[in-house]
Write a protein that binds this ligand. Structure first.
Ligand SMILES: Nc1ncnc2c1ncn2[C@@H]1O[C@H](COP(=O)(O)OP(=O)(O)OP(=O)(O)O)[C@@H](O)[C@H]1O
Length: 699
C-alpha cells in the first residue's frame, strides 16, 4: 500500500491530472491485438470490435482489483455536492416534470418545469432574507437524496469545529444556529419544505474569469442576497459592476466563507497553464510509485512486448465475453447455441416431409424472404422486412413450424449471405415464458432484449444505458428476424417496447421504420393465455408516445393460420371438442362429456399424484403440505438466506428479509425424499430450469 500525504494545493492538482492522463500500457496492447485479429474485416466491423474492447476492458492495479473483488466502495465522501447554475435565466436548462404529473395538468397550464434551486431560493421564507444563494445551497436540501447524515456522524460539523481560517466558524451553539437557520423551512408560493443539512455541502459553480459584466452578475448572484433575480441583481443601477462596487464588502465576506484557499489554487492552476508540469513532479508527489516504475522498467516486467508467449495469449482473454461486470453479463446471455440449429439434417428432412399444406405454405413464404434477403445482403441493398402473425389453435404445429424456420434461416441466410459472424445473431428465437422458450431452444423475450423484470410503476418505455445498449448491439446489431412464440401473452406495451428496443439496437432513426427494420414472426393463439397486467397485443399501447402511431399490431401484421390439429390426430372427437371450447362454443354434448370426467377426492380411483391446478396460493400451499405429510421419509426445512448490499459501504449483510422484490419466493421451503417439486421462477432457460419445470427429490 502506497499512502502519501499531499498537502500542497499545486501538488494535489498535479497528482490528480497526471493520474487521469496516465497511459494504460496494457490497454494499448489489447487494442493493438484486437485490431490485428480483425484484419481483413470491413472497417465498420473492425471499429465495432476495437470499440467493444475499449469499452469493456480497463487496466486495473492489483490493489483496485482486490478492492473491487471484496465489494468495497471505491469512493466515499463526507460531503454532499450541489451545482448552482449561475448562467442568465434564459440560458439555464430546466427539467421537465415527470410524465405522470404532466398528464394530470390542465392543457393551458404552462408550469411544466421542475422547480430549481434558484426558484426555491427566491421563495425562501423572510427569516432567511439576508442569506446569499451560495449559503442557501450549502445549508438547505429538499428530499433525501443526500448521503444520510448518520453515515458520517463521527465527522464533526465544520460549523463548530473550524480553525480561524474558516470563516464559516461562527462560534454559535446549535440552538443559536437553529434559531437563525431553522432545521425545517416552509417555502413561499407553495413550493414545499426544505431541511437543513447537518453540515454544509460543497457548492460547485461556473467561475467567470474575464473581467466584465457577466463576472459581476455571477458574484452578485452567488454572494449577495436577492429575492427577484430580474430586479435585485442590478438593484436600479445601470451596470452590474456599479451594484457590485456598492456592496463589494458583503460580497467578499460571503465569498471568503465558501472559497477557502481559492487564491492559492488559482495561482497553482495558472502556473500549470503557463509552464506545464515540472518534469520531476512525480518524484515529489509519489516517490515510491516512481521508484517502483523505474525498477520495473529496468527489469522489463511491464513491457508487454517482452512477455512470454503464453502470457501474451492470456492477455487476449480480456475479450468482452470474459468480462465480469453486469453489462457483459447481458452479452454472455446470448449463448453460441442460439446461433446454431438444434435440428440434425435427418430430423430436419423428416420434419419437412411430414408438413401439411398449410404448414408448408408458411415455410415457403419464409424461404422466399430468406432468398430475397440473401440477394439484398450480397448487393448491399436494404434487407426486406416482413411482420407475420402465425396463428392457430393448440396442437396445430406452430412450434413445429418455427423450429424449421429457425433452422432454415441459419442454414440459408446466415451461411449463404457471406455476412456470417458467430458472435452476431441474424435470427433470434424467443418466447414469452421460460418453459416455452426452453421447448424451442430459445430465450425469453425479456432476457433477450434486456427488459428489466420485477414490478414496474408505469408501462412507459425505458431505454437502456449506453453500455448495455452497446452489448445488445454487439449481439443483435445485425438481427434480421425475431421469432416470438406464445405471443398471446405479449401485451400491446410489450410489443411497443420491442419496437423501440429494436430501433435503439439497430440505430434506426427513420420515423416510418418499425422494429428497427427487423422482421417479426409472432406465433401463438390469441384465444390462449392473455397478457398479465397489460392490454391485448392488438389494442393501443398505454405509452404516451406510442399513442401517436396507433396499434403496431393492427397496422403491421398480416396473419397466416394453421387449422389442422396434429396433436390429437388419433382422436378427432376430442380435437373437435377442444376447438369448440377454445371459442366458447361448447355444445350440450361437449359439456356432458367433460362432466363425465369429474372425479371426487373421496373416489378410490382419485389420481392424487397428478399435477393439480388451484385458483389461490393458499390452496396450493395446503395441497403441498397435505402431500408432504403423507410421506414417511425424512423431512427438510430450508430457510431462505437473502443478502442485502449497503449502497454506501458496499458491505453485504446476510439475513432474512421480506422484500417487495423477492418475486413471491418463500421464506421456508419444506421438502422430503420422494416429494415432487416444481421450479417457480426462471433460473436458467437454456438448462430447462424454468418456471413450471417438474422434478422429484432423491437421496
Ligand atoms: N406436420 C407434423 N407432422 C408430425 N407431427 C407434427 C406436425 N406438426 C406438429 N406435430 C407435432 O404435434 C405436436 C403439437 O405441435 P406443436 O407443439 O408445434 O403445436 P402448437 O400449435 O405449437 O401447440 P400449442 O399452441 O399448444 O403450443 C408436437 O408434438 C409436434 O411435434
Amino acid at each position: 500500500m502506497d499512502l502519501q500525504f499531499i498537502l500542497d494545493p499545486y501538488s494535489c492538482i498535479m497528482y490528480i491530472t497526471s493520474y487521469m492522463l496516465k497511459s494504460e500500457r496494457a490497454m494499448s496492447e489489447l487494442l493493438r491485438k484486437v485490431a490485428e485479429e480483425s484484419r481483413g474485416e470491413d472497417l465498420k466491423a473492425k471499429l465495432t470490435k476495437v470499440g467493444s474492447a475499449f469499452l469493456n476492458n480497463r487496466e486495473l492495479s492489483a490493489q483496485e482489483a482486490a478492492w473491487k473483488q471484496t465489494s468495497l466502495p471505491l469512493h466515499r465522501a463526507s460531503r454532499a455536492r450541489v451545482f448552482v447554475n449561475t448562467a442568465p435565466k434564459e440560458k439555464r436548462v430546466s427539467m421537465l416534470k415527470p410524465q405522470s404529473v404532466l398528464q394530470d395538468m390542465a392543457d393551458e397550464d404552462d408550469n411544466i418545469f421542475c422547480t430549481s434551486l434558484t426558484d426555491r431560493y427566491e421563495s425562501r421564507p423572510d427569516i432567511l432574507k439576508d442569506m446569499s444563494l451560495i449559503e442557501f445551497a450549502a445549508t438547505y436540501k429538499t428530499g433525501g437524496q443526500d448521503v444520510p447524515d448518520e453515515v458520517f456522524d463521527h465527522i464533526p460539523d465544520v460549523r463548530h469545529s473550524c480553525d480561524d481560517q474558516d470563516a464559516t466558524c461562527s462560534g454559535e451553539t446549535d440552538e443559536e444556529d437553529d434559531k437563525r437557520y431553522p432545521p425545517v423551512i416552509t417555502l413561499l408560493n407553495d413550493m414545499g419544505q426544505m431541511r437543513k443539512r447537518k453540515r454544509h455541502c460543497i457548492v460547485r459553480f461556473h467561475k467567470e474569469k474575464t473581467d466584465g459584466e457577466e463576472r459581476y452578475r455571477n458574484l452578485l448572484m452567488l454572494y449577495y442576497p436577492w429575492r427577484h433575480e430580474d430586479v435585485d441583481l442590478k438593484a436600479g443601477f445601470s451596470l452590474f459592476k456599479d451594484h457590485y462596487d456598492s456592496v463589494k464588502d458583503t460580497v467578499h465576506v460571503n465569498e471568503a466563507k465558501f472559497s477557502v484557499h481559492a487564491e492559492v489554487i488559482e495561482e497553482a492552476y495558472e502556473n500549470l497553464q503557463r509552464n506545464g508540469p515540472p518534469e520531476d513532479v512525480w518524484d515529489s508527489v509519489a516517490p515510491n510509485v516512481e521508484y517502483q516504475q523505474a525498477e520495473q522498467i529496468a527489469e522489463g516486467t511491464t513491457t508487454q512486448n517482452d512477455l512470454p508467449e503464453e502470457n501474451d495469449r492470456d492477455n487476449i482473454d480480456l475479450a468482452p465475453h470474459r468480462n465480469t461486470n453486469d453489462q457483459s453479463e447481458l452479452y454472455r446471455r446470448f449463448s453460441t447455441d442460439l446461433n446454431t440449429t438444434s435440428l440434425t439434417s435427418s430430423i430436419y428432412r423428416s420434419m419437412m416431409r411430414s408438413l401439411n399444406a398449410a404448414q408448408m405454405e408458411v415455410v415457403r413464404v419464409h424461404r422466399k424472404w430468406c432468398k430475397d434477403s440473401i440477394y439484398a445482403l450480397q448487393h448491399d441493398q436494404p434487407v426486406p422486412q416482413y411482420t407475420l402473425f402465425l396463428s392457430g389453435p393448440g396442437g396445430v404445429g406452430k412450434s413445429h413450424v418455427i423450429k424449421i424456420i429457425h433452422h432454415e434461416t441459419i442454414r440459408l441466410l446466415q451461411r449463404l449471405s457471406g455476412h456470417y459472424d458467430p458472435d452476431e445473431l441474424s435470427v433470434l428465437i424467443t418466447a414469452f415464458t421460460g418453459t416455452a422458450a426452453f421447448n424451442i431452444n430459445g430465450m425469453t423475450l425479456h432476457s433477450a432484449l434486456g427488459f428489466g423484470g420485477g414490478p414496474k410503476k408505469s408501462n412507459e418505455y425505458k431505454p437502456v444505458g449506453s453500455e448495455k445498449l452497446h452489448n445488445l448491439r454487439l449481439r443483435l446489431g445485425k438481427l434480421k428476424l425475431l421469432i416470438i412464440d406464445e405471443c398471446s401473452m405479449l401485451g400491446s406495451d410489450h410489443l411497443y417496447h420491442t419496437h423501440r428496443r429494436l430501433e435503439d439496437i439497430c440505430g434506426t432513426c427513420d420515423p416510418d421504420s418499425r422494429f428497427g427494420g427487423v422482421s417479426i414472426l409472432a406465433v401463438g393463439d390469441l384465444f390462449q393465455l392473455q397478457p398479465v397486467g397489460q392490454r391485448h397485443v392488438f389494442d393501443l399501447p398505454t405509452d404516451s408516445y406510442a399513442k401517436l402511431h396507433g396499434s403496431l399490431w393492427e397496422e403491421n401484421f398480416t396473419m397466416m393460420e394453421l387449422t389442422e390439429c396434429v396433436r390429437q390426430r388419433e382422436d378427432q372427437d376430442f380435437a373437435q371438442l377442444l376447438l369448440r371450447m377454445r371459442t366458447a362454443e361448447c355444445t350440450e354434448d361437449d359439456i356432458t362429456v367433460l362432466k363425465s370426467r369429474i372425479i371426487s377426492k373421496t373416489d378410490p380411483h382419485y389420481p392424487s399424484e397428478v399435477l393439480h391446478v388451484f385458483k389461490t396460493n393458499r390452496e396450493v400451499d395446503d395441497h403441498n403440505k397435505d402431500h408432504l405429510q403423507k410421506l414417511s421419509t425424512q423431512h427438510f426445512h430450508i430457510q431462505a438466506i437473502d443478502t442485502k448490499k449497503d449502497i454506501y459501504t458496499g458491505l453485504v449483510d446476510v439475513g432474512l428479509y421480506k422484500t417487495s422484490n423477492d418475486r413471491g419466493l418463500k421464506e421456508t421451503v419444506s421438502l422430503a425424499v420422494g416429494a415432487r417439486v416444481m421450479v417457480t421462477v426462471n433460473i436458467d432457460v437454456s438448462d430447462g430450469l424454468v418456471n413450471g419445470a417438474l422434478g422429484k427429490c432423491r437421496k
